[in-house]
Design a protein around this ligand. Sequence first.
Ligand code: HEM
Length: 541
Amino acid sequence: MDFFTLPPNVEPFTKNITDRILSINRHDIQNVGKVATATLAVYFVTSKLYSAFLGPLSSVPGPFQLKFYGFRYVPNIESPPGSTWEKLHMWQSKYGNVVRLGPSTIGIADKNMLKQILSTDDFPKGPAYQRTQVGGVNVGNADDRDFHKQRRRVISPAFSVKFVDSLERYMITSAGTLMKSVDQSIAQTQRNDGYGKVDMWILLKRFALEIIGESLFGGQTYRELENDSHTVNASTNGGMIGPLNYIANSPILGVLKLLLPFTGISEAYANSSQFRDKVILKRLQGGENARREDILQVLIDTQNERNPEDRLPIDAVVGETMLFWTIGTETISYVAGFAIIELLKNPQVFATLREELDNCFITSKKESLKNGGNTLFEHEQIKHLPYLNAVIDETLRIHSGATEGLERITDKDTVLGDRLFVPKGTILNCNMFYVQLNPDYWPEPTKFIPERWLPDSNIPADQEAFFPFSIGSRNCIAKQFAMQALRLAVANLIKFYDFEGIPEEINASNERSCFGAILGVRSNSFKVFMKRRQATPMKTT
Ligand code: HEM
């Protein structure tokens, strides 16, 4: 029998059905449609009402409207773009450490619950990260535990303490370039007393772009980068953090923003990607001759591993490199920028830090550290300076990254903090920003007091409520790298320059916005008067 010919008894049967369907008149179809729509509407409304008022999260306090839709979907006309973080902060302070942010979303700013979510239960990353997987899965957005564990194991040698130590030479070169740029800005606007105007915010963005560029894929390429205005502009205007962040943080407005050509975000991202691909291709094609001791090389060298599971496919090398480039640039530059702003707002803190740095012996005679007649600090000399570390920690506390929260999703029913039942599938927005300013844990939370980090402090810092690099299996892989870069930047700037704050600029720096993962100055600029110190005291052994 021909396989595609229907048996004789089936044909009349199907014909019968067709005839009956055709015989249903239009009116009947409309009625069926109405009943189906009404049933769906009743189901939708009932389930929304149930979830809002009777479901397991119904006892969690929060703004009324967020019982019905998630905070990321709120088109926010009354507050400017980039200010969702302010709303989250306000709700958290109004409703408490646990707040309802959507039908199945809660915000958490309780330190014990955060520890449970991020470390003990180690819940996977939530839908905001999954949305960014359209651009590829990487160590940062992976939500599959096994995939993440494997990927993180393979790339972690690039961030080991030893390897990061070896990147110091690139970081010092970048600190030198930063100081050259500061000197140039001063020279262009110099007053009679030697001070000139410097946009510290923009120069620190370039500094971070260079430090990451150098450590990631090469000095040679950085020189290309200097001529590549696309990439520098993308970074300095915040476009490089990537369209994916917009999609993650604001599924409706974010996507609209990307589609509007005048925002330039997609273009900036495309240009950065093109630049990155050029650099990686050059390294791959150059073989042994193109080798350079940097993060890219560590990733490429995984191809020689004996175990195939330990080899990173080339598309993953490209994806991870882009992730480090974008995340690393904005985080380092913003934290360094806010450290300088806080030091200017708090002259006594500035003086104490300056004194500590002036008393720090310069032991190295390395030529590479010479800069404009002065010798730059090496990391070894400054990494244990208590006050420098206290200034950086206090900056990380007040100006934390993850300003709009780190998202996790429960993969089992759970009880948070022994008191809150949370069903499987609940989205947990871990509000690291709020917890670090939470008056329950921090006396005078908004005051910049580095002394709280010193061993003999009478208002000791609550280390358990401090999550700048997160904790658990998804903590920042580059903490060591970031701290090294921050210490070198802040120590060398404060050691070698005098600063004079500009009151309007300091006031304007209180206006902040967050478009990616981290809070920045809304105007994308912070100007200050600076001059080289006349006789920089140098203590040598
Ligand atoms: C002051 C600077 C930095 C801060 C405050 C910071 C903070 C954080 C935080 C809070 C997380 C957890 C994110 C989450 O759960 O979604 C994270 C993860 C991560 N960070 Fe950083 N970061 C900094 C610098 C850097 C740099 C310089 C790089 C790369 C060169 C980097 C690479 C990463 C990566 C790859 C992850 C994902 C790790 C994983 O999921 O296994 N970060 N960072």
